[in-house]
Design a protein around this ligand. Structure first.
Ligand code: OFO
Length: 179
């Protein structure tokens, strides 16, 4: 059985992860509007990934006899002053998410909740990657500093991103073998 405090904190984290999805979908819409299709695609892939993050917590709560409860999501910003500002927003948001994951690790230790350790370690590792990925795009956008040709090159590179659903999670979306 999942401790009540962990259940509440994980439900809150589902909200954070879905808010991440919502923020990135709003960024996708911004890039769509700017004609930067590669960046829009990258953000749409990121949106899908964030939904899988929420579902990892959903699955964990349900498997341990807890109750998943969904909270209201905040409205994300619709506009950005530049592609760089949008990716800086993404990086800042990922740093915020890292903080929330660290708090969960701390709470898990206080509650002696060993059953959540491997799930949370997965997220600790994931956040290193998330910050690195967003940070790399920020760096590249700074290098081209608004130069149209450079921007289109980055856009083309980001267009190669594909979202691939981890087969382990397929069952959560009713797309794979039942789990
Ligand atoms: Fe972007 O890692 Fe989840 O929120």
């Amino acid at each position: 059985m999942i401790p009540k405090k962990m259940e509440a904190a994980f439900n809150e984290q589902i909200k954070h992860e879905l808010e991440s999805a919502y923020i990135y979908l709003a960024m996708a819409a911004y890039f769509e509007d700017q004609g930067l299709d590669g960046m829009a695609r990258w953000m749409r892939a990121q949106t899908q990934e964030e939904v899988t993050h929420a579902m990892r917590f959903y699955k964990h709560i349900a498997e341990r006899g807890g109750r998943v409860k969904l909270h209201a999501l905040a409205e994300p910003p619709a506009d950005y002053s530049s592609p760089l500002a949008a990716f800086e927003g993404a990086l800042e948001h990922e740093r915020f998410i890292t903080g929330t994951i660290n708090e969960l690790v701390k709470l898990g230790r206080e509650e002696n909740d060993y059953a959540s350790e491997s799930l949370l370690q997965w997220f600790v590792d994931e956040q290193v990657e998330e910050e690195e990925t967003a940070g790399r795009v920020v760096q590249q956008l700074k290098v081209v500093s608004g130069d149209g040709r450079g921007l289109l090159m980055i856009d083309r590179e980001l267009a190669t991103r594909n979202f691939v659903l981890n087969p382990e999670l397929a069952g959560l979306f009713a797309q794979g073998p039942a789990q």
